[in-house]
Design a protein around this ligand. Structure first.
Ligand code: G6P
Length: 619
């Protein structure tokens, strides 16, 4: 949510910042802007709409050359996505520029005060007031002007809410200053150059050496050094890390969309999520797990917290945890958790699932759980992000960078990682025999191949998606682990195709949703294996007959050779046979392809759907 880049070094700042913004555009695309320091002045440009609008403006009127600068892509919170509300924002004198990600909650009081003291605001944003607060700090009455970092620390102490702020000032021309509370900020360490960014993707083309900026810290970057302090100015030691993927991983590599590329990468991503999970004795070993077995043996309840697609991974994980570990598991939307008066104890294990590791709803829920003395295990894709940093333990999903806003490979790796965590818990608690764990692991190892098989059978899915491009509504049905798959299929279609789509537990159909069925309505049904789940299979075949009897057009995802359901499928999408609990790994893939193709057919930007952002760092 909002992408931020800052640069100080020997290259042209404009080029570095634009390259970074292109890689961060997935975080928000309501507007884009840059500022460059050159010749004792700040030059800035900003435009509503996608980065392309800014690039066109800069091609017409290029800013002067300079080697210190910053940039921003916006996901609008305060103020509509217009040119004046685009970042950067400047103070009354135009001597400093600031960009922001987050929401400043005491905005109204601070703005009233600044206006009363004669400051002139030109936007509706909460960000602009930071520029004016910095201006006040830089122009103190006694003339003792602080450094830009000192001014930033003083301003941050007055702000409530969530923010990443990055600023430049002509009076401190070699430095870019960043600050963070709850929103992400990382440092990239180069050779004679340094970077500040919301996400390492912004500088991966220049360096793989990075450093985490902690909560309530201020970072100053110059070409030759990085200095980090807390908001009171005390120096802090940062944790350095090396990025373990290449710039190519964040390129489209010939695919039309990042989403199509990320769907195609799923066999490899699933395989990577499983690497190193089993030791020489065949026992599950989780490297990044920092919870000891004694603590895990005491766990008597699991609470899974997540948002969006990650929440659907949690709903599937619940089945695995309850089935293999015999421990009660509930799954909660992280955004609702803190307000629902949750009952947590020291023996509750909280599992927080997040691709980005920065979703503020999930981060706040994690903090709440830790305050209640529960142990928190993060299942996360982005190394060094806030959620794993603030959890007791982490299992990284190793999906690699996911750029498309709609989550695909991250979801599949969340599933696989949750299965492994559930098996680990079962191993520690002794609820499964070693031979049973080994059998499931064997099935998991065959999942990359199963996903590859599904990807090879997607032509009918693409065809039906294009046929349905003119429809207004699609329903998705499933039972057991197929129900969260149905929810995920519906979410994907809403996100990408802007169609009304709902996922229902197929058994609930008769209790209300069946009233929606009318002739021709497309209904997608996820069917469990007839061999492994015969009773549930029969029930869902009946549910399909019920909607067909009312004229629905049925698109059925079922195991290869499922002759019982075939007569009731207008379109049959075959899935390779896999154990029932693992079926979501293969069944989700056609629904991703379906939504992607349908959105493309409707002429939408598949990677950057309207109003969305990949990483949502506001509550
Ligand atoms: C946003 C994205 C979703 C994502 C959700 C949770 O809403 O648009 O695709 O599932 O955040 O993100 P996380 O990074 O916590 O998995």
């Amino acid at each position: 949510m909002c992408g931020i880049v800052g640069y100080a070094g020997g290259r042209q700042a404009l080029e570095v910042v634009l390259e970074g913004l292109a890689r961060l555009e997935y975080r928000g695309y309501d507007s884009a802007g840059i500022a460059v320091l050159a010749g004792g002045k700040i030059s800035w440009a900003k435009r509503a709409g996608k980065l392309g609008n800014l690039q066109s403006a800069l091609a017409e009127v290029p800013p002067p050359a300079g080697t210190v600068g910053l940039g921003h892509t916006r996901w609008a919170t305060h103020g509509a996505p217009t040119d004046p509300n685009a970042h950067p924002h400047t103070d009354c004198s135009g001597r400093l520029a600031v960009v922001h990600n987050g929401i400043i909650e005491n905005f109204a009081d601070l703005r009233r005060d600044l206006l009363a003291r004669g400051h002139v605001m030109t936007s509706e944003t909460d960000t602009e007031l930071v520029a004016h607060l910095l201006e006040d700090e830089m122009e103190q009455a006694d003339g003792a002007r602080p450094s830009l970092a000192g001014a930033m620390r003083a301003v941050c102490r007055r702000l409530d809410g969530t923010f990443t702020l990055v600023a430049v000032d002509v009076r401190d021309p070699d430095v870019v200053v960043g600050a963070r509370r709850n929103s992400p900020l990382v440092v990239g360490r180069g050779n004679g150059e340094n970077f500040l960014a919301s996400d390492v993707a912004a500088f991966i083309a220049f360096t793989k050496e990075a450093a985490e900026i902690g909560q309530d810290q201020v970072a100053e970057i110059r070409a030759d050094r990085v200095t980090v302090t807390d908001f009171d100015g005390a120096p802090v030691r940062v944790r350095d890390f090396t990025i373990d993927w290449d710039a190519d991983a964040a390129e489209k590599s010939g695919f039309k969309w990042f989403m199509t590329k990320e769907i195609a990468e799923q066999p490899r991503a699933v395989a990577d999520a499983l690497i190193g999970r089993v030791d020489r004795d065949g026992r599950i070993a989780l490297d990044e797990m920092r919870l000891d077995d004694e603590a895990l043996r005491a766990v008597d309840r699991v609470v899974v917290l997540a948002c969006g697609t990650a929440y659907h991974a949690g709903l599937i994980a619940k089945h695995a945890i309850e089935h293999w570990c015999k421990i009660g598991c509930e799954v909660q939307l992280a955004s609702e958790f803190r307000y629902s008066d949750p009952i947590l104890t020291r023996s509750t294990l909280v599992i927080a699932i997040s691709q980005s590791g920065e979703t503020l709803d999930t981060l706040m829920a994690v903090r709440h759980a830790r305050e209640q003395h529960s142990r928190v295990l993060a299942v996360c894709n982005v190394k060094g992000s806030s959620i794993p940093r603030e959890s007791d333990a982490v299992v990284y999903t190793h999906a690699g960078p996911e750029i498309a806003v709609a989550s695909t490979k991250a979801f599949l790796t969340q599933l696989v990682s949750c299965y492994v965590v559930a098996l680990y818990l079962a191993q520690v608690q002794g609820t499964l025999y070693a031979s049973e764990i080994a059998e499931v692991l064997g099935h998991l190892r065959r999942m990359p191949d199963a996903v590859e098989q599904v990807l090879g059978l997607m032509e009918p899915v693409r065809r039906i998606a294009r046929e349905l491009a003119g429809e207004r509504c699609v329903l998705f049905l499933g039972r057991h682990v197929g129900y969260p798959v149905a929810l995920e299929g519906a979410l994907k279609l809403k996100e990408l195709a802007y169609m009304h789509a709902e996922g229902f537990a197929a058994g609930e159909l008769k209790h209300g949703p069946i009233a929606l069925i009318e002739p021709g309505l497309p209904v997608v049904v996820v069917v469990p294996s007839p061999g492994d789940m015969p009773v549930l299979h029969d029930k869902i075949v009946s549910n399909i007959q019920e909607v067909r009897a009312r004229g629905a057009r049925t698109i059925v995802l079922a195991e290869r050779g499922d002759a019982k359901v075939a007569p009731y499928a207008d379109t049959m999408i075959e899935l390779p046979p896999v154990p029932p609990l693992l079926q979501p790994v293969v069944a989700t893939v056609p629904l991703q392809v379906f939504a992607c193709e349908l959105a493309d057919a409707r002429g939408h930007d598949v990677d950057q759907p309207r109003n969305l952002a990949k990483s949502v760092t506001v509550e």
